[in-house]
Design a protein around this ligand. Structure first.
Ligand code: UFG
Length: 332
């Protein structure tokens, strides 16, 4: 298949591009590197350093290269930033996303896989979260992802776009070649590893949650398992839509297992073989106590099974990648 990956210079995008190439697909990457890194694009992919939000050039890229499917990983994705500056999120994730959909429509691309998020659920009343749990995002990041999921649904109904939105839970780990290099870094596992490297303590955001050890529980998924799901979703989005069937699928991607912040910390100490310097601070605004996926639907629909579900594998692969790449990709 000839596949365009937006955000292919980012964390999830680069590992997914690597997976698609290994499966024998031809891959084009579109990324303006505003948050990604040119060094993260596998050399076997064709790379355009440009935005997905410019309808005319993107249409030409799709037509000139006979692209058959789009994997849309590019987005603004920081919850805190989205609360401070929602305009940026609406412009990139919604307005820019619709420009990409229009380019796809003009070029006749009918398969579309979208990086969505557990943030569309907000603070769910029940656990585990299924795809029919009501959507109630509590920040502009989650809201803009939900809005784009809605666009996919109506593009499917009206224009025949076959799409799958993948709602990621907490992505972690690295492949051998590609890993997580964010600035600023907000995620738990890289912050733990960064504290070990620098000796500067990281902060546990709250230990008074209604959970067994008082720290929040999350469903961590290995980035390579996520990449496997992208490959399967791109294949599944090619199936003809049966009459009366929903053209736009939404699937949770998690393992169905929840780990607390303290459990992650203790697993990291085992993997590293030493203590993680840390302190305990107040809660971070907007952090729900428990977010755990039911991933049954992804298993049924895609035949996908997470194969690297242990915290030790996720933390261990992230640690190895960081040791092999001190300073990350080494560019802004
Ligand atoms: N945490 C700390 N210290 C840190 C970083 C995180 O204690 O330095 C805690 C958080 O409070 C949270 C847990 O570790 O309880 C996980 O935090 P992350 O920032 O790693 O991940 P989130 O669960 O906040 O966010 C993830 C995705 C978001 C998505 C969200 C859905 O990264 O993109 O799930 O709610 F929006």
């Amino acid at each position: 298949m000839r596949i365009l990956v937006t955000g292919g210079a980012g964390y999830v995008g680069s590992v997914s591009v690597e997976r698609l190439l290994n499966a024998g697909h031809a891959v084009w990457v579109l990324d303006d590197t505003s948050t990604g890194h040119a060094q993260a694009v596998p050399t076997e992919a064709r790379f355009s350093r440009a935005t997905y939000a410019d309808e005319d050039p993107v249409t030409r890229l799709l037509v000139d290269n006979s692209i058959e499917a789009i994997l849309h990983c590019a987005a603004r994705s920081l919850v805190g930033e989205s609360i401070r500056d929602p305009a940026v999120y609406y412009r990139s994730n919604v307005v820019g996303g619709v420009a990409l959909l229009e380019a796809a429509r003009r070029a006749g691309v009918e398969r579309f896989v979208f990086s969505s998020t557990a943030a569309v659920y907000g603070v769910p009343a029940v656990t585990p979260i299924t795809e029919s749990t009501p959507l109630d995002p509590i920040n502009p990041y989650g809201e803009t992802k939900r809005t784009f999921e809605g666009a996919l649904r109506w593009y499917g109904a009206a224009y025949g776009l076959r799409s799958i939105a993948l709602r990621y839970f907490n992505v972690a780990g690295a492949s051998e070649r590609y890993g997580e290099d964010h600035d600023p870094e907000t995620h738990l596992i890289p912050n733990i590893l960064g504290a070990v490297e620098s000796g500067r303590p990281m902060t546990l955001f709250g230990d008074d949650y209604p959970t067994p050890d008082g720290t929040p529980i999350r469903d961590y998924i290995h980035v390579e398992d996520l990449a496997d799901a992208h490959l399967l979703a791109l294949q599944a989005a090619g199936e003809p839509i049966q009459p009366g069937a929903e053209p736009a699928l939404r699937l949770n991607l998690g393992t169905g297992l929840g780990f607390s912040v303290r459990q992650v910390l203790s697993s990291a100490e085992t993997v590293i073989g030493g203590a993680v310097p840390h302190t305990t601070g107040p809660r971070r605004v907007g952090d729900p106590p428990v977010l755990v996926a039911s991933a049954e639907r992804a298993r049924e629909v895609l035949g996908w099974t997470p194969r690297r579900g242990s915290l030790a594998e996720m933390i261990g692969s992230a640690w190895r990648w960081r040791q092999a790449h001190p300073g990350g990709y080494g560019e802004p």
